[in-house]
Design a protein around this ligand. Structure first.
Ligand SMILES: Nc1ncnc2c1ncn2[C@@H]1O[C@H](COP(=O)(O)OP(=O)(O)OP(=O)(O)O)[C@@H](O)[C@H]1O
Ligand SMILES: [Mg+2]
Length: 354
């Protein structure tokens, strides 16, 4: 990583945008459907908009199956999308060809949940990092340049002294060290954006903070744009500047992390926060999950509920929620805080109260 790369960047500049991003996975037709021409699909991601900026972390939170990894894989262009666009520095990725994907892949790197599965057990750390540097033409001209670049990568992820790690195999390292190698490998591409899909959820609780702090440090030093995917909304508050909440393939709330986690607006976000383990909650207190009318079951994504997808579980659902898809509505006095929920539409609430 060169110092010019460190210096040229400007905080807040938009790096990557998803616009109306949609992914439907086709599912196998049943015999009857061959005759009716009906095509079922898993509506994994629908109309997702998000913006990643330099020097900022955006957290994407939601329960299992809500579509978080699909968003990350779409952004990494590992899947073709059904609809919508991804823009890198404002430029649509719809235009293909001429090595465009390789250039894109260097700028947008993914970090996966399981660092053991993402590193090849038969190769050393040196091999993994050299490969990343060479693929992205960052290895320099001489063996000496390569050696310096390798040491630089390991130093950046605090695996020091680097010579202690370079010739080890993945199984000789701890989970946290392996994830640091996976991060170093991503940095070998000199990316502008990192898509981190639950990067610490498979690590021991005791070392999670260290890896998150490393990512935060890299964000600041290299001015990276980071998408941080997590189940754990509490870590989003700690680590992310902005938090987006996803439910059943759709974004339901967004805003700065402090506001979303401390004054959640959408009933789903409230449920997510209240159902997280809280040592301060007394045994006799009402468990918010008791108010979950759907018994905590996420809906089918093959036939998602009409209107608001959360309405079958929502303790505050009104008639309109069953039929009309909620639009993004601004909340209160915090700029940028929004929820896709009819509770914030005065006319709807008045009508429901009649
Ligand atoms: N390749 C695929 N083919 C068909 N359906 C898929 C595929 N990948 C994901 N899905 C479905 O899309 C939905 C969203 O999955 P996704 O993995 O994005 O959720 P997630 O929020 O990352 O969940 P988790 O927190 O468990 O990782 C799920 O219903 C899943 O079963
Ligand atoms: Mg996932």
């Amino acid at each position: 990583m060169t110092s010019t790369q460190d210096a040229k960047v400007q905080t807040g500049e938009v790096v990557l945008e998803a616009v109306g991003l949609t992914k439907h996975f086709p599912v196998r037709r049943k015999l009857r459907q061959f005759f009716t021409r009906e095509q079922n699909a898993v509506h994994a991601v629908d109309d997702v908009n998000l913006t990643l900026r330099r020097g900022q972390v955006v957290a994407l939170v939601g329960e299992s199956g809500s579509g978080k990894s699909t968003v990350a894989r779409l952004l990494a262009q590992l899947y073709p999308r059904t609809d919508g666009d991804i823009r890198l520095h404002g430029e649509s990725t719809r235009v293909k060809g001429g090595g465009a994907f390789r250039a894109y892949a260097a700028r947008v790197q993914m970090i996966f949940q399981d660092p053991f599965a993402s590193l090849n057990p038969v190769h050393t750390i040196r091999y993994h990092l050299t490969r990343s540097l060479k693929i992205h033409h960052n290895a320099g001209k001489t063996d000496e340049d390569l050696e310096i670049a390798l040491r630089d990568l390991l130093t950046r992820v605090s695996l020091t002294p680097p010579e202690r790690y370079l010739d080890k195999f993945p199984h000789e390292l701890s989970g946290g060290q392996r994830q640091r190698v996976a991060i170093a490998r991503a940095l070998g591409a000199q990316p502008e954006a990192l898509l981190a899909d639950e990067p610490v959820s498979m690590l021991d609780v005791s070392i999670r903070l260290g890896v998150l702090n490393l990512l935060r440090d890299l964000k600041e030093r290299l001015n990276l744009a980071i998408l941080y995917i997590t189940h754990d909304i509490a870590s989003a508050r700690y680590f992310a500047d902005e938090t987006l909440v996803m439910y059943a393939g759709r974004m339901v709330e967004g805003g700065d992390s402090e506001t979303v986690t401390q004054s959640p607006a959408h009933p789903y976000t409230r449920l997510l926060i209240d159902s997280a383990p809280d040592p301060d909650r007394l045994a006799g207190d009402v468990n918010p999950l008791d108010e979950d009318r759907g018994n905590g079951e996420p809906p089918s994504l093959i036939r998602p509920p009409s209107g608001c997808r959360f309405h079958p579980r929502c303790p505050a659902a009104m008639a309109r929620c069953e039929t009309d898809l909620p639009v993004r509505l601004e909340i209160g006095d915090k700029p940028g805080h929004w929820a896709a929920c009819w509770l914030y539409d005065e006319a709807t609430v008045k009508e429901a109260a009649k």
